[in-house]
Design a protein around this ligand. Sequence first.
Ligand SMILES: Cc1cc2nc3c(=O)[nH]c(=O)nc-3n(C[C@H](O)[C@H](O)[C@H](O)COP(=O)(O)OP(=O)(O)OC[C@H]3O[C@@H](n4cnc5c(N)ncnc54)[C@H](O)[C@@H]3O)c2cc1C
Length: 181
Amino acid sequence: MITASCPGANFREKMLITHRGLSGPAILQASSYWQWKANAPVTIDLAPEQEWTAPLRNGLGRRDLVAARGALREVLPQRLADQWIERHQPEDWTNRSLELLENAVHRWEIRPIGTEGYEKAEVTAGGVSTAELSSKTMESRKVPGLFFIGEVVDVTGWLGGFNFQWAWSSAVAAAQAIEKK
Ligand SMILES: Cc1cc2nc3c(=O)[nH]c(=O)nc-3n(C[C@H](O)[C@H](O)[C@H](O)COP(=O)(O)OP(=O)(O)OC[C@H]3O[C@@H](n4cnc5c(N)ncnc54)[C@H](O)[C@@H]3O)c2cc1C
């Protein structure tokens, strides 16, 4: 479990590192909040609530790259831990440097350069404004007799079935209204 944070939202979920980038529930959730126009960062805590450098800081063990790698392997998958340590080697092994090393894992800031686009999207943001629809029947306020439901409306749910729920519920509401006409 990791925590992915965008301005306005934090998601404690699983993350998947693919050959093309970051994916998985935490990233998909955060992507709905990602302010791509502002090139805003997504901050990732790779080991929430885990003080992984504690074994090095408690003064009992070694303070070197091998010890740091071993400690990080306790909280991250081995290959990720090894790559991370390789790329974040501290200048020295003082308490201050260990603190920076600890924090880097908890505040990994990434600026996505793109998404996999419409082809791979699970939900789409945007669509017909809810302000233009009757919330009871989904009928357009501007064009009587015209109804909008589901994905085409500007409603974006979190993962977990909320988008299906919205699609089905709005469809039932519209269908009942049409039946009565
Ligand atoms: C890979 C994936 C995984 C998802 N997983 C989840 C999940 O786990 N939980 C969840 O809640 N949501 C999930 N979603 C989102 C969910 O599927 C959608 O929010 C929901 O299906 C929207 O329903 P809809 O009826 O509005 O649109 P759609 O299901 O897209 O239905 C629109 C239909 O209209 C048809 N159509 C399009 N153009 C025309 C045309 N010109 N003439 C006639 N027919 C046309 C399409 O073929 C399609 O059958 C997932 C989406 C994807 C892509």
